[in-house]
Design a protein around this ligand. Structure first.
Ligand SMILES: Nc1ncnc2c1ncn2[C@@H]1O[C@H](COP(=O)(O)OP(=O)(O)OP(=O)(O)O)[C@@H](O)[C@H]1O
Ligand SMILES: Cc1cn([C@H]2C[C@H](O)[C@@H](COP(=O)(O)O)O2)c(=O)[nH]c1=O
Length: 233
């Protein structure tokens, strides 16, 4: 079943589905833990709300997945590739449910959906845990392709320092080892076909502006400009 020849970019291409999901827009913000995703989601939500959009901020995996004892134990203590494969299936089921119950209805209502982590994070984390991207792609098939997918690129040492400052000694298994963080970051950096790479170690306001500049290049933003009434009309 698993195809170790499929790389992360191809796996994302196989899983994601282009489609007309409604008048809304989907923005996925990915990065290692502590890279500033929550900070940026909050700033983006404020920006889009100020411009009159309805915004839904949400996250993958959902708390249903995070609260499973088998997941909690793996995140805290690590585990085998076989156990990781079970988690990948649980994360995929959680994602399909979240897409159908939360994301698609919001897109149909015209909302801007801001999602903390998405398929890309699953591909990266599970490949690093020993699960082939081809397998993760198969079980995530049909997940909507976001209008914009961002990777917040922050050096491993900076990520580690931020996490220690925020969480003290309550770090997850993969957060405790700077070489594991660096390995995951390199996997994200390889996904140039899908992720807009944003330097996440700049001041938060600059990071937000960089994300918004990328958003302006999306078809959604271009369509909004075409259909928006001229201010001097
Ligand atoms: N651009 C930035 N420069 C300096 N510090 C930042 C920046 N962005 C966020 N931080 C700080 O880094 C820490 C982690 O940020 P945040 O909680 O937004 O990351 P996260 O990616 O959502 O983390 P997690 O996935 O672990 O929840 C916080 O203490 C936050 O204040
Ligand atoms: C997408 C995805 C992520 N994970 C991991 C990654 C993180 O270590 C945790 C979630 O941490 P957060 O700070 O609460 O966001 O889960 C995963 O195990 N499976 C996935 O599909």
């Amino acid at each position: 079943m698993q195809d170790s020849r499929i790389d992360l970019n191809s796996a994302a291409g196989l899983a994601l589905k282009n489609g007309d999901y409604g008048p809304g827009a989907l923005i996925a913000i990915c990065g290692f833990d502590g890279s500033g995703k929550t900070t940026q989601l909050t700033a983006l939500a404020e920006h889009f709300t100020a411009y009159g959009h309805e915004v839904l901020t949400t996250r993958q995996p959902t708390t249903d997945y995070r609260n499973e004892p088998v997941v909690r134990q793996f995140l805290d203590d690590g585990g085998s590739a076989d156990r990781a494969r079970v988690l990948a299936v649980m994360a995929a089921a959680d994602r399909h449910k979240h897409v159908h119950n939360v994301i698609l209805p919001a897109l149909r209502q015209g909302k801007i959906v801001l999602c903390d982590r998405y398929l890309f994070s699953s591909l990266v984390y599970f490949e690093a845990r020993g699960v082939a991207p081809g397998f993760v792609a198969q079980i995530n098939q049909g997940i909507p392709k976001p209008d914009l997918s961002v990777f917040l690129d922050v050096p491993a040492e900076t990520v580690m320092a931020r996490l220690k400052r925020r969480d003290g000694d309550k770090l997850k298994y993969e957060e405790r080892d700077v070489s594991k963080i660096a390995d995951m970051l390199n996997r994200f950096r390889s996904m140039t076909g899908h992720l807009s790479m944003i330097a996440g170690d700049a001041p938060p306001e600059q990071v937000t502006q960089a994300i918004l500049a990328r958003f302006e290049t999306t078809e959604f933003a271009q369509e909004q400009r075409r259909t928006a009434p001229a201010l001097d009309a």
